[in-house]
Design a protein. Structure first.
Length: 407
């Protein structure tokens, strides 16, 4: 056994709350509500908080200042309110500890752990997926458990919460960003462990046994009963976490099969098919060629309908192998934007030349060209933009609800 803290991370709506409740049902493990500690830490001067001459007051003030948003009336609370820890106990605890970041987080999690009569604490904040390097810097021997879920189901779930995504594509792109930020870390860190949500709810005993071995704990049957631990973790009683107290639910697996249309799934697989395959999720669609996007930061929710048309025509946005050559060029947005021609208006006539050369190269190579604008035709946006619009107009994606085509 070990007493090193355990961290649970994952893209929101991937099952982090369920996994946390299962671990918190263990006789040795405690897990309270989300702390968002490392997000708040990233916004402050850590050295100032940990100066020995002023310790622990700045650190205690920092802990007391952590407050979480209210997405529903009456749910806004400070971190200490969520953990039911008196404010005065924080400086008293820190006074007995050496100045450090771990001491600050432990002032909440360890006091909560002792109040629960447990021996080891678990911290679960999905957003900490962005701060894996910081967790490892300050907690060098802590297991970090990442839970993943089919991104199509994640995107659908994100569309149902007040703080989530406005569309399927927005949810998929959110998943993609967080996955890209964390992929290298979880693939190389010796104490990082990945569990799939689908496996956890389908075979909870088997998956929890494997996880317990990884964190050096003994599996307990009680971990399957989250009726009590789930309530504690969902301290604000928000409806999108209400099912956690019911334990594993296999009906939440592959929800996308019944809720996504063929066109929507084509879009999802065109955007994330490589990651679906890498994580062992099924794919139904076949794509004949890979498309290269310009500018690279351009894919956004507003292009969903046009990108779905391209996906239905066999264009995907990922490479099947590293050396695969792009066979389609996709230009996104209005050429007058900074992503195309830079912030400075002066010199745009020169900066437009590389873009024109790119269009010419794609034509010479017999690549398919597509342009998906995001403004009304005829809007004056400057000479450089006007020139680009003229060159791209023959390749504009035309949206027709009755019979979508590309001109």
């Amino acid at each position: 056994m070990s007493n090193e803290p355990i961290f649970i991370v994952g893209i929101p709506r991937s099952g982090t709350t369920l996994l946390a409740a299962m671990l918190a049902a263990h006789s040795r493990l405690s897990c309270g509500p989300e702390t968002h500690f490392f997000r708040w830490l990233s916004r402050t001067d850590v050295r100032r908080l940990c100066e020995s001459q002023t310790w622990p007051e700045p650190a205690a003030d920092f802990i007391r200042s952590i407050r979480h948003k209210a997405f529903l009336p009456g749910t806004a609370r400070t971190l200490l309110e969520k953990y039911e820890i008196p404010e005065g106990s924080i400086p008293a605890y820190l006074q007995t500890k050496a100045p450090s970041v771990p001491s600050m987080l432990c002032s909440v999690t360890e006091q909560y752990m002792k109040a629960k009569g447990k021996a080891r604490w678990v911290e679960k904040t999905p957003d900490h997926l962005r701060y894996l390097s910081s967790i490892r810097e300050y907690f060098t021997d802590s297991p970090i458990i990442r839970i993943v879920r089919d991104p199509r189901d994640v995107a659908l779930s994100l569309m149902r919460v007040p703080w989530g995504a406005r569309s399927l594509l927005e949810g998929l792109l959110h998943w993609q960003r967080l996955d890209s930020m964390s992929r290298e870390f979880v693939g190389t860190d010796r104490l990082a462990y990945t569990v799939r949500f689908e496996d956890l709810v389908s075979s909870p005993r088997e998956e929890l046994r494997k996880l317990c071995r990884f964190v050096n704990e003994t599996f307990e049957e009680g971990m399957l009963d989250t009726s009590s631990s789930g309530t504690a973790i969902n301290s604000r009683n928000v409806p999108w976490k209400s099912k956690v107290s019911q334990g594993a639910d296999v009906t939440r697996v592959a929800v996308w099969r019944s809720e996504l249309t063929r066109r929507e799934n084509q879009l999802a697989e065109a955007v994330l098919g490589d990651r679906l395959a890498a994580l062992g999720y099924p794919t139904d669609e076949e794509f004949s060629r890979v498309g290269e996007v310009y500018p690279r930061s351009g894919v956004a929710e507003e292009y969903a309908e046009a990108l779905a048309i391209l996906a239905s025509k066999g264009v995907r946005l990922w490479k099947a192998r590293p050396d695969e050559k792009s066979r389609a060029k996709i230009y996104l947005g209005e050429p007058s934007t900074a992503e195309w021609l830079g912030e400075q208006r002066t010199g745009r006539a020169i900066r437009v030349l590389p873009v024109l050369a790119d269009i010419a190269r794609a034509t010479i190579r017999f690549n398919d060209l597509y342009w998906i604008p995001n403004r009304e035709d005829g809007k004056w946006t400057g000479c450089a933009s006007f020139v680009l619009r003229q060159f791209l107009s023959p390749y504009k994606v035309v949206l027709n609800p009755c019979d979508p085509t590309v001109s």
